[in-house]
Design a protein around this ligand. Structure first.
Ligand SMILES: Cc1cc2nc3c(=O)[nH]c(=O)nc-3n(C[C@H](O)[C@H](O)[C@H](O)COP(=O)(O)OP(=O)(O)OC[C@H]3O[C@@H](n4cnc5c(N)ncnc54)[C@H](O)[C@@H]3O)c2cc1C
Length: 588
């Protein structure tokens, strides 16, 4: 099963992670299930296949995508596989490209037993996306590089993004298989063929770096070991914020284990076990950001598909609606309603001020948790599992204690365009505060950004001169709601937005409701400057243009300037786009 991995890969800049081409190829997510016309499916498969021919490096991924479309085609038709279509794609699907990648766990030599101080030319701290991308870039430049990855997690580098989405669509996993299945789904795969065994990198898992001594080119590990480096990359990502509530010792020990944050494979495993436990009747997610809303949708979608009515997913958030910090109010309201219609118990405008253990007869094996609420009709809510999804704090402590420069505003370790902190120390990914050519200094927590900055750092650590000239993107899939969007630049609900929408055919002027929104582009403005764009249900179409618009620091003189930048069309192709300017609505 490689669904999650390829889906995420193909969503972003595939060429980067494959590392064999400088062509950036943007993803066309296939929402074939929404296409009624099977011809459209065939056509899409053909396009995917012709794309595959354009670039060998991308072929395997496009093939995978083509295979998915074709499977959907047959399923939709209710037909056995047709010879014609099958022949058309056979040669593209038959090779073993997909197997060529070496799983990260196999790629590394484990070095956990070392006891004397080590000298290693390149050390990467972290086991996430930026770490892996840097490693790939280093090996592309120099296949005989000597690299050590130190990660406090138990796994070789893996991709976190499917943890809140695709992993919940994987067929039921037994407790004994959970760990190996999850790892196989998520771990990165090395795609440069023919790398001799002896050239592979080393890894230390379950070990953290506790101190950094820049003047001595040295790091200290939690196992007491000292390592001297020539080049060092800090790819330490972020740590989930656990609300004040959970940090206090007032939380009863009997429920402490049932209150988790969500970032790692181990968190997924914990939540998965609670989810499949029939005695866990309610799972409550605190936080209506991207992580919280994705998780709520994925979990509820699974319940809906399995027709399980005895379990409830609740989402509590202090904002007036889900994703309320990022989206204009009308979109946030729309998503909130959609989630409620899909049986998710969403309660906006709610804060939790305490969590108390309670015992009930049918849950003798675990204490239930009573949440004390402010802002809702009921001031109490009973649950079995709490997931706190209220953002992250960059893990900059190593740099801070070593006297390296950090960002007092956005947080994180300050880097220049080469991802260099100072001298021979680099930082990349969620932890890096970088200079955005259009938007100024900032820090983002996006997968695509971790890939790009990780690669830049890796390239420069191996003698390259790469610089950051990029506007990152992210995506959000609300599984089961058929809502997905991509975004780039600053996505902040406190900004004025101008939405350019195509509406469903049923729309008649004067009867607008958010249910009519079909697809659209929401532009975010700071003053008159376009600083962000969100592409709603557009499968990434227009993302390149949006990046160019933001990169060029476009100043608009009127709303009309925005209506044709990325054309949107209603289903009939006749109506002019419908514009929603939140400065006029006054409700952004
Ligand atoms: C569930 C989930 C879903 C997501 N979905 C999306 C999405 O759909 N789209 C999107 O764009 N982004 C998404 N993201 C965000 C994306 O995954 C991150 O931006 C990306 O993982 C950042 O990569 P990174 O390498 O900078 O940090 P991380 O992936 O967090 O890796 C940091 C690593 O460093 C290790 N570490 C930290 N300190 C030390 C130390 N002192 N010693 C040793 N090891 C250390 C950590 O344990 C970790 O292994 C999602 C994130 C999560 C958690």
């Amino acid at each position: 099963m490689t669904i999650g991995w390829t889906r995420v890969l193909s969503r972003c800049t595939l060429a980067t992670i494959l590392g064999t081409s400088t062509t950036w190829v943007h993803y066309h997510q296939v929402r074939a299930e929404e296409l009624q016309d099977t011809n459209a499916l065939k056509q899409r498969a053909a396009t995917v296949l012709s794309k595959a021919k354009e670039s060998l490096s991308l072929e395997a991924l496009y093939k995978q995508k083509a295979r998915q479309i074709i499977q959907k085609y047959y399923r939709k038709q209710g037909l056995p596989k047709s010879d014609t279509l099958e022949t058309a794609v056979e040669e593209h699907l038959s090779s073993d490209d997909e197997q060529q990648g070496i799983p990260a766990s196999t790629f590394f030599k484990e070095l956990s037993n070392a006891s004397d101080p080590l000298c290693v030319p390149m050390v990467i701290v972290g086991g996430g996306t930026a770490a892996w991308s840097a490693l790939e870039a280093i090996y592309e430049k120099n296949p005989s590089a000597q690299v050590l990855v130190v990660t406090e997690e138990a796994y070789a580098p893996y991709n976190r993004t499917p943890l809140s989405k695709e992993m919940w669509s994987v067929p039921s996993i037994s407790a004994s298989k959970l760990s190996s299945t999850t790892r196989a789904e998520l771990e990165y795969k090395y795609h440069l063929p023919n790398l001799p065994e002896s050239y592979r990198a080393s890894i230390m898992t379950n070990v953290s770096v506790t101190q950094l001594y820049p003047k001595e080119n040295k790091i200290q590990l939690s196992n007491g070991l000292e390592i001297f480096y020539n080049k060092l990359l800090l790819a330490t990502g972020g740590k989930p914020n656990a609300s004040e509530l959970v940090n206090t010792s007032s939380i009863d020990p009997s429920i402490r284990d049932s209150i988790i944050t969500f970032r790692r494979i181990s968190d997924f495993e914990h939540l998965y076990n609670s989810f499949i436990n029939p005695k866990y009747r309610n799972i409550t997610i605190l936080g209506g950001g991207f992580l919280g809303s994705e998780l709520a949708c994925s979990l509820q979608n699974r319940l809906n598909q399995e027709n399980q009515r005895n379990k409830q997913i609740t989402l509590l958030c202090p904002e007036a609606g889900v994703l309320g910090k990022f989206l204009p109010r009308y979109l946030s309201d729309y998503i909130t309603k959609q989630m409620q219609q899909h049986n998710i118990d969403v309660r906006p405008g709610v804060s939790v001020f305490d969590m108390i253990p309670t015992q009930s007869i049918d849950t003798v094996d675990h204490s239930r948790i009573q949440l004390q609420l402010i802002g809702w009709n009921d001031d109490q809510h009973m649950t079995d599992q709490v997931v706190i999804a209220v953002g992250i704090t960059p893990r900059q402590e190593l740099a801070e204690e070593a006297g390296l420069e950090t960002d007092p505003v956005a947080g994180g370790i300050r880097v220049n365009a080469a991802m260099q902190v100072e001298g021979n120390i680099y930082a990349a990914g969620d932890v890096a505060s970088f200079w955005d050519r259009a938007l100024g200094r900032r820090r983002v927590e996006h997968w695509d950004h971790a890939v790009v900055t990780g690669r830049i750092a890796g390239e420069n650590m191996s003698g390259g001169h790469a610089t950051y000239d990029w506007e990152s993107m992210f995506w959000c899939d609300l599984v089961g709601l058929n809502i997905s969007f991509e975004a780039t630049g600053m996505i902040d609900a406190s900004l004025r937005t101008v939405g350019v929408w195509s509406l469903k055919n049923s729309f008649r002027r004067g009867e607008f409701s958010d249910q009519n929104l079909n697809e659209g582009v929401v532009w975010y403005l700071r003053g008159n400057q376009v600083v962000g764009a969100l592409l709603w249900n557009r499968e990434g179409k227009g993302l390149d243009i949006a990046k160019q618009v933001i990169g060029s620091k476009l100043q608009i003189s009127s709303v009309q300037d925005l209506t044709s930048l990325i054309p949107v069309q209603d289903e009939s192709g006749k109506q002019a786009p419908f514009v929603i300017d939140t400065s006029v609505l006054g409700s952004h």
